[in-house]
Each structure stands twice: as C-alpha cells, then as structure tokens.
Design a protein around this ligand. Structure first.
Ligand SMILES: C[S@@+](CC[C@H](N)C(=O)[O-])C[C@H]1O[C@@H](n2cnc3c(N)ncnc32)[C@H](O)[C@@H]1O
Length: 185
C-alpha cells in the first residue's frame, strides 16, 4: 500500500483529539501487510481514531476498550468491552493458525510490557505495536518518529493535523513496532 493509496482511503476521516496520527496507522498497516497479516486486534479505543483508520484498511479488526466514558457513541456497539491485557491473549490464542497484528494504545508504558512480551512469544503474532512508546527504549524494529519516516511520510499524511497537536510529535514518543522474529524461527 502506497502512502497515496492510504491517503485516499482515509481522506474523509477528520483527525480526533487524543488519536493516533495518520502516519502511525499507515506504518502499522503497511508492516502488517508486508508480514502477511490477515487479522488485527487493538486495545484502547476512546474516540476511535485508530479504530476508524484500521477499519478502512482491514476487513478483520477486533477492538477492545475497558472504559465506556469517552468511548465514541457511534463505535460503542462494535467494540468488545473489557481489559485488553486479558482479552488480547484470548483473541490471539483462539487464532493459532492465522497471521495476526496487535496494536496497543491502552495500557501504555510499563503496564503494556507483559502483553507485548507475551504476544511476541506467540508465532501467530507477526507484528506488535505500542503507541506513545519512547523511541529506542526497548528494541523496537520501527518507530513513527524515525527522522526519515517523518520527512518522507508523516510530512505528507499528517500535514493537516493542527500544528499544536503536532508539537507532541517533537518528543520521542510515538508508535513503536516489533516484527516477531520468533515467527520465523
Ligand atoms: C489514548 S486512548 C486511545 C486512543 C485511540 N487509540 C485513538 O487513536 O483514538 C487510550 C484508551 O485506552 C483505554 N485503556 C487503557 N487501559 C486499557 C486496558 N487495559 N484495556 C482496555 N482499554 C484500556 C483507555 O480507557 C482509553 O480509552
């Protein structure tokens, strides 16, 4: 999927506060495509920017959220309510023969680490992504704040996001992506 194709697929989706950047879901989706992923799970929905973007690219998206406060009303019926730390492993375990991508935007930080470590031990999880992750802190393969990616891709896909929001992206946090080497062992 080219940057231009992703831009066309998502052109009518306005950016929502607290949401992921367009370029971040592009990086996750294109990595999943390269790894032959067929189904996606995400944990952490809120306004649902990530959910809306993922649904444009993928037919099979399962979204988990544990808090009804702040959850977009139009998405509520299609979200699985509960703790992603338990529900993502259940979802992965129920799909032993598929190639899976997992995107986690809640929990964040250290509470997300056990889930990431567990996912990367499962051969069917080909790609794991963690949002608001500090670049380079725990050996990710790709990061949305990589200078070359920002120059070539974020500058195109995220250009219409309010500049004040973009300053958040001047720190080191963003989407971190791990490609599961275990899957190829
Ligand atoms: C920053 S928001 C998600 C934003 C969303 N991904 C987007 O792009 O618009 C984080 C969400 O994660 C949820 N969350 C935090 N920990 C969670 C958990 N263990 N299981 C499910 N949801 C969780 C919070 O309730 C919150 O709604």
């Amino acid at each position: 999927m080219t940057v231009e194709a992703f831009q066309k697929m998502t052109a009518d989706l306005a950016w929502l506060p607290r949401g992921v950047m367009y370029s971040e879901m592009y990086l996750f989706s294109v990595t999943c495509q390269q790894q032959g992923v067929t189904a996606i799970a995400e944990s952490g929905v809120a306004n649902g920017m990530s959910t809306r973007l993922l649904r444009r690219v993928w037919d099979d998206v399962t979204s988990f959220e544990w808090n009804t406060n702040g959850l977009a009303p139009d998405l509520a019926k299609s979200i699985v309510m509960g703790d992603g730390r338990a529900l993502v492993p259940e979802w992965v375990s129920a799909r032993p023969r598929q190639r899976l991508g997992v995107f986690v935007d809640g929990p964040k930080g250290p509470p997300a680490r056990p889930l990431r470590e567990w996912c990367l031990e499962q051969p069917q999880v080909r790609v794991f992504a963690q949002h608001d992750y500090e670049m380079g802190s725990e050996g990710e393969d790709l990061h949305g704040n990589d200078p070359a990616f920002r120059r070539d891709v974020s500058s195109v896909l995220d250009k219409d996001i309010e500049p004040r929001q973009m300053t958040k992206r001047l720190d080191k946090r963003g989407i971190g992506i791990w490609i599961n080497r275990q899957a190829f062992a």
